[in-house]
Design a protein around this ligand. Structure first.
Ligand SMILES: [Zn+2]
Length: 299
C-alpha cells in the first residue's frame, strides 16, 4: 500500500508528517466523546482528514500496511472484497475515482424513487437495504458490508433506487460517482463478473430474509443479526441502537429489548446504551436461527 507509483485515493501520507497530523486530529476530538472512546478501546485504525484529502493511520495500522507492502503486490489487498478481486490494471483505473467517506449511523445513502448518484463500497461500515411499504414499518431485505456494494441496480441498467439504503453501523467506505462506475463496468470484465455474482448473492439473501422474518423467533433473529453485523465490522464490539435493530428487523423496539434482554441474561452478549459486545460467540450461534449462514458472511 505504500507503493507511491500507484495512484491511490486518498494518498497515504509518509510516516513523520502523518504522526504530526494524527496528533493534531486527536487534539480536536471531544474529550470523552464516542470517537475518543473508540480510539481508547483500540477500535479505530485510521482517521480521514478531509481538509488534506488524506487517510491518517494510527501507528499499529501504519506498521501493518508497511508489512503488507513488503509481502504483497502493488495493489495489495484492499478493504472491500469486490475491489480486491480486480486485476492490478483495473484497480489502477479505478483508484482515482474512489473517494473515501465516513458514514454516520442512520445516514441515508439511497431513497426509493431517487436517482443513484454514487455507489458505495463499504470498508468497515454496515449498510441496511430497506423496503419501505406505505403505512408500514420498514423491513430489511439486505445487508451490505465489506463483501459488497450499495447501488447494484446500476449494474442492471437501472439508475433509480427501489430501496432505502441506511447506514446501520457507522464507519468508512469508498464511493464512486454513478457515471464513472457505469464506465468502469464497461471497461472491467472482472468487476462485471464480481458484481453479477454479488447481485445473485443479494437475491439469495433477500429470499432467506423473507423466510427468517416469517418463521423465526425474535430472539433467534436478533442473535443472527448480531452475528452478521459482527462479521461485517470484523469485531465482537460495535454500536447499534435498539431503534436501528427494530427498524431493520421490522419489529417494535420493545421486541428488540425483549430479545436482546434474553441474550444478555444468558451472558451471551452485553448491551448498554447501544454499545454491544459479544461475550460468548458459540452460545450466540446456538441461540440464533442460523440464518446468518445463508445471509453471507460469518466470522
Ligand atoms: Zn432466521
Amino acid at each position: 500500500m505504500s507503493d507511491r507509483s500507484t495512484p491511490r485515493a486518498p494518498e497515504l501520507a509518509q510516516a513523520e508528517p502523518q504522526d504530526e497530523r494524527l496528533r493534531s486530529a486527536l487534539l480536536r476530538l471531544v474529550t470523552g466523546g464516542p470517537e475518543q472512546q473508540a480510539i481508547e478501546a483500540g477500535e479505530i485504525d485510521a482517521i480521514i482528514d478531509y481538509s488534506h484529502n488524506k487517510v491518517i493511520l494510527f501507528p499499529g495500522a501504519q506498521e501493518a500496511t508497511q508489512h503488507e507492502a513488503t509481502h504483497e503486490s502493488a495493489h495489495g489487498r484492499v478493504a472491500n472484497d469486490l475491489l480486491a478481486a480486480l486485476t492490478l490494471a483495473e484497480y489502477q483505473q479505478l483508484t482515482p475515482s474512489l473517494e473515501p467517506v465516513t458514514l454516520a449511523s442512520d445516514a441515508v445513502l439511497l431513497e426509493p424513487g431517487e436517482p443513484i448518484r454514487f455507489v458505495y463500497f463499504p470498508i468497515d461500515c454496515v449498510v441496511s437495504l430497506l423496503a419501505t411499504p406505505k403505512g408500514r414499518r420498514t423491513v430489511e431485505v439486505g445487508l451490505v458490508g465489506f463483501e459488497g456494494m450499495v447501488g447494484t441496480s446500476l449494474a442492471l441498467g437501472v439508475n433509480v433506487s427501489s430501496l432505502r439504503a441506511r447506514v446501520h453501523v457507522g464507519g468508512t467506505a469508498f464511493r464512486v460517482p454513478q457515471v464513472r462506475f457505469t464506465e468502469l463496468l464497461r471497461q472491467s470484465p472482472t468487476l462485471r463478473r464480481e458484481i453479477d455474482l454479488y447481485i445473485y448473492a443479494e437475491l439469495t439473501a433477500a429470499r432467506q430474509t423473507a423466510v427468517c422474518s416469517t418463521f423465526h423467533l425474535i430472539e433467534q433473529r436478533v442473535a443472527s443479526r448480531l452475528l452478521m453485523t459482527s462479521a461485517r465490522v470484523r469485531s465482537d464490539r460495535f454500536y447499534v441502537t435498539q431503534e436501528s435493530l427494530a427498524g431493520v428487523l421490522g419489529v417494535r423496539r420493545e421486541s428488540i429489548s425483549q430479545g436482546a434482554g434474553g441474550l444478555q441474561s444468558r451472558r451471551l452478549i452485553s448491551y448498554h446504551r447501544g454499545n454491544l459486545r459479544i461475550l460468548n460467540r458459540r452460545g450466540l450461534e446456538a441461540a440464533s436461527c442460523h440464518c446468518y449462514h445463508q445471509l453471507g458472511l460469518k466470522r
